[in-house]
Design a protein around this ligand. Structure first.
Ligand code: PMT
Length: 211
């Protein structure tokens, strides 16, 4: 049992609002992050799950913080990160948001054909900058091409200890109950987990990053 380990996990998408009824987002269901939270509790860890909008119930014995936008997720992650031993970002954070949000529903004929976007904070990169010795920081890489090469770049750029590289395409990564993952560490280890249920993969990921 991994008692006294504080584990912080993010899951699900973020929503970036154009007006009260329209947003930019992605197809993340939260299944991967919720599976990690469940597996971490099973192993005896104390778990805080920072979740974007998903329809999944909160796993038992998990403290869940619901957020909506990338900026909200950033604030909550930064708040809990200093006391976490292990942090895993499996959320699919929108890299951009509309430059402005209307407070009233924009009429159909008045909706702009061009949306100006501004960058959201890179939450994981920010955590990598304030990571202390002994803290383990794990990211995910959602890739459609040159998976391992791109994953390794993110591992270095964000100062991570591990990155879980998965392919995303229709029926892969997002929304599916199953996934296939390659774990890469900052020390050069590489472990391939063949396609399987996200809960089984979550257990394997935790065993790799917090043996
Ligand atoms: O939720 P599911 O339907 O189960 O799908 C699971 C998943 C496909 C969402 C998950 O397995 C996954 O790949 N999550 C990461 C998605 C992603 O945003 O990847 P990325 O390669 O764009 O980002 C790299 C890392 O930086 C990720 O850990 C991400 O959380 C983080 N990031 C990205 C952008 C940003 N502004 N801030 C971040 O912290």
């Amino acid at each position: 049992m991994k008692k006294a380990v504080k584990c912080l996990i993010s899951a699900g998408p973020t929503r970036e609002w154009l007006d009260p009824v329209r947003f930019i987002s992605n197809p993340s269901s939260g299944k991967m992050g919720y599976a990690l939270a469940k597996a971490a509790v099973e192993s005896g860890m104390e778990v805080i799950l920072v979740s974007g909008p998903v329809s999944l119930p909160c796993p038992e014995n998990v403290e869940r913080k619901m957020v909506n936008t990338a900026r909200e997720m950033n604030e909550v992650m930064k708040n809990y990160f200093p006391s976490a031993n292990l942090t895993i970002m499996s959320a699919a954070v929108c890299d951009h948001r509309p430059a402005s949000t209307d407070h009233h529903k924009v009429k159909k004929l008045e909706v702009s054909k061009n949306i100006t976007l501004v960058p959201n904070p890179d939450i994981l990169e920010g955590l990598g900058k304030i990571k202390r010795p002994g803290q383990i920081l794990v990211g995910f890489a959602a890739e459609t091409e040159r998976h391992l090469e791109n994953g390794k770049k993110k591992l270095r750029q964000k100062n991570l200890d591990w990155i879980a590289v998965n392919e995303v395409a229709e029926g892969k990564g997002f929304e599916s109950d199953k996934n296939e993952i390659t774990m890469i560490s900052s020390t050069g280890q590489s472990i391939f987990f063949e396609r399987g249920e996200k809960l089984l993969l979550a257990r394997k990921i935790l065993d790799a990053v917090w043996p």
